[in-house]
Ligand binder design. Structure first.
Ligand SMILES: C[S@@+](CC[C@H](N)C(=O)[O-])C[C@H]1O[C@@H](n2cnc3c(N)ncnc32)[C@H](O)[C@@H]1O
Length: 317
């Protein structure tokens, strides 16, 4: 693609952003993560030293690996197949509650959590790399420009730590004291305690509304909300009813020369076109480019792909 066609993909501020979809953002895995196999409603993954079996409704096909390879899994999560459904872990042999993994300059803990979570969403790696690419490109253009990033529903903090390693000032919001503690543990584990990160335990909607009142702005915004969630004081988050209002406020938090805004949505009965149209409405006068589609994980050996979530990302250049 020539430089000119690349820049022509971006419209100028004041007009609607150019649109590009479907875009499939693929994660192939890394030293500490591989999708080994999937089928019959389950997936077999390796997280660092452990292989894990979890329900995966989208894995409707046949398994490629022998049953013995599945039977050798260190941990199996069985329970409700609904994404957020309850269930429990069954371990074979001596499995640690915590184990270390790494992604680039960041070290993080894996841990067996409720709702089948293990402390990291590997498909988010596609976003982590893209965000750091945006920051590096802006550094080349404006080496002395301070960059402020807001990461909402930040969970265990990888999407906060990685941009901070590129010199961005990051504000990390999550309603769970536990999640904030896990994120700070990952910061310490990575020896990155000096990085400029504000860890804030608060309801995301409340935080955003206050930032609008204060007139604060950010150069990059990342949000990865659950379908349903609760703030520290029981504030209700329902992606279908809460997201439209939050996006309108987030548009006001974008700095004059903002770089990007990324939305990821999990387990919702909608197509990526729905989040695309919502973002397009919110950013109708922002110019730039709006790309939407799915976050996909590629099976080890490049065989099949597994879609994990929907995304829509706006970039100014
Ligand atoms: C698991 S993560 C990321 C979402 C993940 N992609 C998913 O679908 O499960 C969701 C994060 O949102 C946080 N959260 C839920 N409701 C929230 C709220 N109202 N305000 C801020 N954070 C919230 C949770 O504590 C959790 O760390």
């Amino acid at each position: 693609m020539t430089e000119s066609t690349a820049t022509s993909r971006f419209t100028s501020p004041g007009s609607a952003p150019a649109a590009d979809y479907p875009v499939m953002l693929e994660t192939k895995g890394w030293k500490d993560y591989r999708l080994l196999d999937m089928g019959e409603g389950q997936k077999l993954e390796r997280y660092g030293r452990y292989t894990i079996v979890r329900p995966e409704p989208q894995a409707m096909g046949s398994r490629r690996l022998k049953p013995s390879q599945w039977d050798r899994a260190d941990a199996v999560f069985s329970g409700d197949t609904d994404e957020e459904g309850p269930g429990r872990w069954k371990f074979s042999g001596n499995v640690q509650e915590l184990w270390e993994m790494e992604y680039g300059p960041v070290r993080y803990n894996g841990r067996f959590m409720s709702f089948r979570h293990v402390g990291v969403f590997p498909e988010q790696a596609a976003h982590w790399d893209w965000v750091n690419g945006q920051i590096r490109a802006e550094r080349e253009r404006n080496p002395d420009r301070p960059l402020k990033i807001l990461n909402l529903f930040g969970y265990t903090g990888l999407a906060s730590l990685l941009p901070a390693t590129e010199g961005a000032q990051v504000t990390h919001i999550d309603a769970s004291k536990k999640a904030i503690a896990y994120a700070r543990e990952n910061q310490a584990l990575s020896g990155l305690d000096d990085l400029p990160i504000r860890w804030i335990c608060e309801d995301a909607s409340k935080f955003v509304a206050r930032e609008v009142r204060r007139g604060n702005t950010y150069d990059g915004i990342i949000l990865d909300p659950p379908k349903y969630g609760r703030g520290p004081k029981g504030e209700v988050w329902d992606i279908y009813t809460s997201l439209p209002g939050m996006l309108k406020e987030l548009q006001q938090l974008l700095s004059k020369d903002a770089l990007f805004m990324i939305l990821t949505a999990y387990a919702i009965r909608s197509s990526f076109i729905a989040v695309h149209e919502l973002m397009a409405e919110t950013l109708s006068r922002q110019g730039g480019l709006l790309e939407s589609g799915e976050l996909v994980i590629r099976e080890d050996g490049g065989h099949r792909a597994l879609s994990t979530s929907l995304f829509s990302r706006w970039s100014s250049r």
